[in-house]
Design a protein around this ligand. Structure first.
Ligand SMILES: O=P(O)(O)OC[C@@H](O)[C@@H](O)c1c[nH]c2ccccc12
Length: 270
C-alpha cells in the first residue's frame, strides 16, 4: 500500500471519483509549479501527475506541447528538477500522492535503478511512461516493483485483445485513454468508450481512471459514474497558460491561483 492505494481506498468509502490533474513542471517556473500543486490540493485534487517537460512530446496536443516548450525554454527543467519539486512541495506540507509523468527517453538516460531509487526516496508513489510499450516494459516493471513504485499503464479503446495483458501487469491503477490521438480537450469521445471501460473494469480489481479530453463539469460527472478516477491535463494547463501574466508577478500570483481554484472547483463539483 502506498499513498496512491490509500487515496483510492478512502474515496471508495465515500463513493467519490479521484480527481487527478496533470501539470507541466517548470511552466512558467518550478517555484510556481510547486505553488500550483499546493493550490490543487486545496482545490480538491486526490493525486497529481507531475509532467516532465520533453522536447518531443509526441502524444501531446498543442496545449501541453506549448507548456513543455515554455518550461524547457525558461528553465531547461530536467527529470531531477521535477523530482526535487515534488520533495519541496512535500516539505511544504503537501500530502498528495505524486505520479511522475515522463516519456521513456529521460528515464533511460537517468538509469532505471537510479531513478526508481530516487522516486522511492522522494515519496513519489507512481510513474506513467506513455511511450513505453508493454512488450518492452519488463525491466522497468522489475525496477518499479523493487522500489515499491506503481508503474501505471495506459490502455486505449483500440487495445482490444491486449487489454487483458496490459491490465494483468498493472499496478496502482489502470489509465484508460478516452479517445485516439493526442491529449487535448474534446467535445466527444471514442464511440465504443462505455464498452471499453466495462471490458477494462471486468479485467482488473484495480481502480480504473480515464483521461484525454475532459474539460467540463458535465464530462467529469458523466465519467464519475463509470470510473474511479478522472485525469485532466490540457484543460488545466490551458488555465495556467491564461493566467501566466498574473502568475509571473508576485503581486498578482494569489489572484492567478484563485482563478485556477475556481476553474477546478467548477470542474469537479458533484
Ligand atoms: O490533456 P488531457 O486531454 O486532459 O489528457 C490528460 C493528459 O494531459 C495527461 O494524462 C497526459 C499528458 N501527456 C500525456 C501523454 C500521453 C497520455 C497522457 C498524457
Amino acid at each position: 500500500m502506498n499513498r496512491i492505494d490509500r487515496a483510492f481506498a478512502e474515496l471508495k468509502d465515500q463513493n467519490k471519483p479521484a480527481f487527478i490533474p496533470f501539470l507541466t513542471i517548470g511552466d512558467p517556473d518550478v517555484r510556481t509549479s510547486i505553488d500550483i500543486i499546493k493550490q490543487l490540493e486545496q482545490s480538491g485534487a486526490t493525486m497529481v501527475e507531475l509532467g516532465v517537460p520533453y522536447s518531443d512530446p509526441l502524444a501531446d496536443g498543442p496545449v501541453i506541447q506549448r507548456s513543455s516548450g515554455r518550461a524547457l525554454k525558461n528553465n531547461k527543467v530536467s527529470i531531477r528538477d521535477c523530482i526535487e519539486a515534488a520533495r519541496q512541495a512535500r516539505s511544504e506540507g503537501c500530502e498528495l500522492p505524486f505520479i511522475l509523468f515522463t516519456y521513456y527517453n529521460p528515464v533511460l538516460q537517468f538509469g532505471l535503478d537510479r531513478i526508481f531509487g530516487l522516486l522511492q526516496e522522494s515519496d513519489i508513489s507512481g510513474i506513467i511512461i506513455p511511450d513505453l510499450p508493454m512488450e518492452e516494459d519488463a525491466e522497468v516493471r522489475a525496477a518499479a516493483e523493487r522500489h515499491g513504485i506503481h508503474l501505471i499503464p495506459l490502455v486505449a479503446p483500440t487495445s482490444n485483445d491486449r487489454i487483458k495483458r496490459i491490465v494483468s501487469r498493472a499496478s496502482g491503477f489502470v489509465y484508460c485513454v478516452s479517445s485516439l490521438g493526442v491529449t487535448g480537450t474534446r467535445t466527444q469521445f471514442h464511440s465504443g468508450i462505455d464498452g471499453f471501460l466495462d471490458t477494462v473494469k471486468q479485467s482488473t480489481a484495480l481502480p480504473v481512471a480515464i483521461g484525454f479530453g475532459i474539460s467540463t463539469n458535465e464530462q467529469f460527472k458523466r465519467f464519475s459514474q463509470a470510473c474511479d478516477g478522472i485525469v485532466v491535463g490540457s484543460a488545466l494547463v490551458r488555465q495556467v497558460e491564461e493566467v501566466l501574466p498574473l502568475l509571473e508577478q508576485e503581486s498578482t500570483r494569489s489572484e492567478a491561483l484563485s482563478q485556477i481554484d475556481t476553474f477546478v472547483r467548477n470542474l469537479i463539483q458533484s
